[in-house]
Design a protein around this ligand. Structure first.
Ligand code: GLU
Length: 549
């Protein structure tokens, strides 16, 4: 067989040689040790935690080493691609502040190693596919779906491995004339790799996280180009990661199964493969046992979920770093206010087995992260979220920004900041009573007090109410009121002789709190009263009093 003639027959319009293409993608001019990583999502419209997990590792590995982090859109599978899929990918990475140095953007491509969308790289794949045909390493296969299905049935009956290999690779040695006749007749074909691998030969491979491993060689004649000339993932990623000079590939461990194909293709092309990190599946606890996070069962797998609930980007990133690097939490305790970029990320600290995703832990981290922000930042972020997901609330809190920020400033700063908000959606429940529109009075007063006692506390507090400029003066009033109504004015008095009092100053202030805020838990009551202002406090006391008549 004249393979050169076959290559010309199959790719008549491909004139360039591999060297011509290589010349367009010269080695990158980067410092020693700089890593080149990429995100290579398919535009399916579904972005999940796994995408973010790899992206954070990729971004850190590249930028920490003075390298390049780029975005390549893997859109070869038209059945999975959806309208707006690329925008969605770009949105997610911009939300999560994972800046690409190169790659696809909304307005085209940015960078010298493009195009960065695989569908626009067909010409490049064809040059290398043609070269493989000319070397006798690839050939056209005209098998129909039905023929392949029949082969599969036969293999099932004989308990043989499935696939296109050995005696089942029926078009492997089709004579030139026959190929030509099929092409002339317009018969569709795929281009297959001619594998010389044997399952009896083991290939050694080292994953940077999973360590050394060995697996049988690939013996299947893998499809390189589909019948529309578009490459498969296997072929496209080999060509792209070579030309774009990727040094490290971080991808899900579901790709381990086809790694033998990738190793084989790099070898056939005479190229050095990048280093691989196959990341473990994200797991969750479900009824006492661990299982993989599932798209169908677990809404928290989708990144949309975090956006809708109003998770703050910093918190999600911080939590993912705790999963990615086992020493992150320790570092965070020692460096509570450093930006995440200061953490020395290392693939050596990545976990080999599945990471356990725990949303409660994320919520805790999130509360901590938000408690360290200043009120103006929290205000901006709550407003941005509400502007998209709760516009009535957004209108309310932006009516008087200074007022809302003053609410958010209560208990902020200092060594023990309040931790009421885990997601932006919590902000409404936390501060609704500051807005008359959302204030919901509560009549669950402390059980140990009679209605008469509650009534007396509210009535007297209302009559005597004055605003104070400091909290101890305010609290002195409450103590005096407690004493005048027969309650213990201090906890110490109460503890010394509990039988002597119907209750203590804490009970009195709880009644005031419930009357003013409509709830038993609220931020510091003195600050709340000051912010609500005398008129509103008196009005609420009056309403509470009337309700008890
Ligand atoms: N397009 C593949 C995916 O979305 C990329 C895998 C890789 O990073 O190589 O799973």
């Amino acid at each position: 067989m004249d393979y050169g003639a076959l290559a010309d027959l199959l790719f008549a319009d491909v004139r360039e040689q591999p060297d011509d293409i290589e010349a367009l993608y010269p080695p990158r001019n980067l410092p020693e040790g700089a890593k080149v990583t990429r995100m290579a999502p398919s535009p399916t419209g579904f972005m999940h935690l796994g995408n973010l997990f790899s992206a954070i590792a990729d971004e850190r590995l590249a930028h920490q080493s003075g390298g390049v982090f780029y975005l390549r859109i893997e859109d070869t599978d038209l059945k999975r691609a959806v309208e707006g899929g690329v925008e969605k990918i770009l949105d997610v990475f911009s939300d999560y502040k994972l800046p690409f140095d190169e790659g696809a953007t909304l307005t085209g491509d940015n960078g010298p190693y493009g195009p960065y969308r695989q569908r626009q790289r067909t010409r490049l794949y064809h040059v290398f596919a043609k070269w493989l045909v000319a070397q006798g390493m690839a050939y056209p296969c005209f098998c129909t779906e039905e023929e392949l299905a029949a082969t599969r049935e036969k293999q099932a009956a004989l308990k043989e491995n499935f696939g296109y290999y050995g005696q089942y690779a029926v078009h492997r040695d089709m004579p030139f004339d026959e190929i030509k006749a099929q092409l002339d007749a317009g018969t569709p074909f795929v281009l297959r790799f001619r594998s010389d691998g044997s399952l009896d030969t083991r290939v050694k491979f080292t994953d940077l996280v999973k360590g050394p491993m060995a697996f049988p060689e690939n013996d299947q004649d893998t499809v390189l180009l589909k019948s529309d000339g578009v490459p498969t993932y296997h072929f496209a990623h080999v060509v792209d990661d070579h030309l774009m000079h990727t040094t490290h590939v971080v991808r899900g461990e579901e790709w381990l199964a086809t790694l033998p194909i990738h190793v084989q293709l790099f070898g056939a092309m005479g190229w050095r493969p990048p280093k691989y990190i196959h990341t473990a599946q994200l797991m969750k606890m479900d009824g006492g046992s661990k299982r993989k996070l599932s798209k169908r069962k677990d809404p928290e797998l989708a990144l949309d979920y975090y956006k809708e609930q109003g998770y703050c980007v910093e918190a999600v990133k911080e939590y993912i770093l705790t999963l990615l690097n086992s020493n992150f939490e320790e570092w965070r305790i020692a460096n509570p206010t450093e930006p995440l970029e200061k953490f020395p990320f290392s693939f050596k600290k990545m976990s080999v087995s599945g990471s356990l995703f725990d949303i409660d832990k994320l919520n805790d981290i999130s509360k901590n992260v938000i408690s360290r922000m200043d009120a103006a930042t929290v205000y901006d972020l709550v407003l941005t979220w509400a502007g998209q997901y709760d516009t009535a609330f957004a209108d309310l809190i932006s009516r008087d920004p200074a007022y809302t920020q003053a609410i958010l400033a209560i208990g902020r700063g200092g060594n023990k900041p309040r931790k009421d908000i885990a997601v932006w959606a919590d902000a409404k429940g936390y501060m609704n009573f500051f807005f008359d529109e959302l204030f919901a009075p509560d009549d669950q007063y402390p059980q140990n007090l009679s209605d008469d006692q509650v009534r007396a506390i509210i009535k007297n507090y209302r009559e005597r109410f004055v605003m104070h400029g400091d909290s101890s003066a305010w609290f002195d009033d409450v103590k005096t009121l407690a004493g005048d109504l027969g309650f213990a004015p201090t906890m110490k008095d109460y503890k010394n002789d509990p039988q002597a009092f119907p209750g203590h100053v804490g009970d009195v202030s709880m009644v005031i709190r419930i009357a003013v805020t409509g709830r038993q838990n609220s931020p510091d009551l003195y600050e709340v009263i000051n912010l609500l202002g005398a008129a509103r406090v008196k009005e609420r006391l009056e309403k509470a009093q009337n309700k008890l008549q």
